[in-house]
Design a protein around this ligand. Structure first.
Ligand code: 9WN
Length: 448
């Protein structure tokens, strides 16, 4: 296989570089997702950033959680963007206008009107563990954060459980591809084909292409029209979640989101038990986790064993395979044989064992799949943060060897020191934004 040509950094230089990236993207109260392409706080990026910060500075990590939750909506939703004062990035606050149109949105800070995968309980776990390990003032800060953030994260999980389970099965639905975090994954192609931007879509100018030189690494204009049209529908619905779930053009039961939800319900329940939280709320979290775990397991394709999304509007399973197919490994719930088979698929020749890969980090689409596009965003590239999440959850689930393999291979991938947003799976070349905070953050966690 062709190997990346760039010089490789050793662990000490790599960790220093990662810390430097986070410091460079830090405005004081938020570490932006990247320096130029994303000069704001993204919800699930922030959670991973906290995981990295926790290794360096518990107080700074706690502050990050406070900034994020400062943008939480009154109904519990954590918005996918908390905006800084920077004007870069489209769509910005003037396009969303959530404070004006949405009854639950805060007046300040400015926020978007959709959400992202709920990985935040994992971040809280990491901060609390780091604080307890260090003791003293770090521990006090972490325990105080736990006390303050726990009910807020409970409200967030409750929002997902009650507002985003349209089938009543525990399969959590997204109303926009951006909510999945995997914006233009081929998972969403069929559902997006049914989204027809109206002639009254207000005009707009993309800014992302100014920052990423090769437009082949970003979603297409046709995709953007659909992204913006869904926002237009939401604006017209006053960001009312019941109305959007009832009538929006895009509604998909997202198996990855559901698995992350189940995982986070369990992690939050554990934190609650440790800190003497109300048994009733902990029991609810356990119920939601069990329900979604079962829902995730039930999505599996009878032939491939990969988990699938369900297009609620079309009333059909989405057969397109992607990394989300491994979602049951995030939250558990499979019988031992089924789990072993899914792990074997993950490590097999279609996925991390594919002979053409430069490193065995997890690709977002299998190189054997007809939809594989090696430099196209969520259509093939390796995203280190996705590998981190699978590795962390699989270790938690007792799949230590697979978790260690993903870690080692992804560290090899990122040892070029660019901390790219995503990487070309066949060459290891960095793609998208460089100095991407969540890439740096997960590297720090891995090296500490
Ligand atoms: C839209 C910030 C975010 C990530 C997403 C990733 C990308 C935004 C965009 O960047 O999405 O939310 O403009 O492309 O797909 O997962 O949170 O890093």
């Amino acid at each position: 296989a062709p190997q990346p040509q760039r010089p490789r950094l050793g662990a000490v230089a790599l960790a220093s570089g990662a810390a430097w990236v986070l410091a460079g993207n830090d405005t004081g109260s938020m570490v932006t997702a990247s320096p130029r392409l994303y000069p704001h706080m993204w919800s699930w990026d922030a959670a991973f950033i906290m995981v990295g910060l926790a290794q360096l500075d518990v107080h700074r990590a706690a502050r990050e959680m406070e900034t994020l939750l400062g943008g939480q909506w009154a109904d519990g939703m954590i918005p996918h963007i908390v905006f800084s004062d920077e004007t870069g990035y489209f769509p910005g606050p003037e396009r969303w206008e959530t404070a004006l149109l949405g009854e639950h949105a805060p007046a300040a800070p400015h926020t978007s009107g959709i959400c992202q995968p709920p990985v935040h309980a994992v971040a809280l776990r990491k901060i609390v563990d780091a604080g307890r390990r260090r003791s003293g003032a770090d521990q006090r800060r972490a325990e105080a954060l736990l006390e303050w953030a726990w009910p807020r994260l409970f409200a967030w999980q409750r929002w997902l459980a009650t507002r985003r389970d349209p089938l009543g099965t525990g399969l959590i639905a997204v109303t926009h591809g951006w909510e999945s975090g995997m914006d233009n994954s081929p998972r969403w192609d069929s559902a997006y084909a049914a989204v027809r931007p109206g002639p009254d879509l207000p005009p707009y100018t993309r800014k992302d292409l100014d920052e990423v030189g090769d437009e082949g690494e970003r979603p297409s204009d046709a995709e953007y029209d659909r992204y913006l049209w869904l926002i237009e529908e939401m604006r017209r619905a006053g960001y009312r979640s019941d109305e959007i779930v009832r009538s929006g053009s895009f509604l998909v039961g997202d198996v990855f989101m559901s698995a992350v939800f189940a995982l986070s319900c369990d992690v939050l329940a554990e934190l609650g038990e440790e800190s003497g939280r109300s048994g009733e709320q902990v029991a609810l979290l356990r119920d939601w986790a069990a329900r979604s775990r079962a829902a995730v397991a039930a999505t599996r394709d009878p032939v491939t064993g990969l988990a699938r999304d369900f297009d609620v509007r079309a009333g059909e399973w989405i057969a397109t395979p992607s990394v989300a197919g491994f979602s049951p490994l995030l939250c558990g719930g499979l019988e031992p044989d089924a789990r072993a088979a899914l792990v074997a698929t993950l490590e097999g020749p279609d996925w991390t064992g594919h002979p053409d890969l430069a490193t065995g980090s997890l690709p977002t689409v299998s190189p054997s799949s007809p939809g594989f596009l090696p430099k196209q965003y969520w259509r093939g590239p390796q995203w280190p943060v996705i590998s981190w999440l699978f590795s962390w959850a699989m270790r938690r689930g007792g799949m230590d060897d697979t978790a260690a393999g993903i870690r080692a291979e992804t560290l090899r991938l990122v040892s070029d020191g660019t901390f790219a947003e995503y990487y070309h799976p066949l060459t290891g070349a960095p793609l998208g934004s460089l100095s991407q905070s969540w890439t740096a953050a997960v590297v720090l966690d891995w090296l500490y």
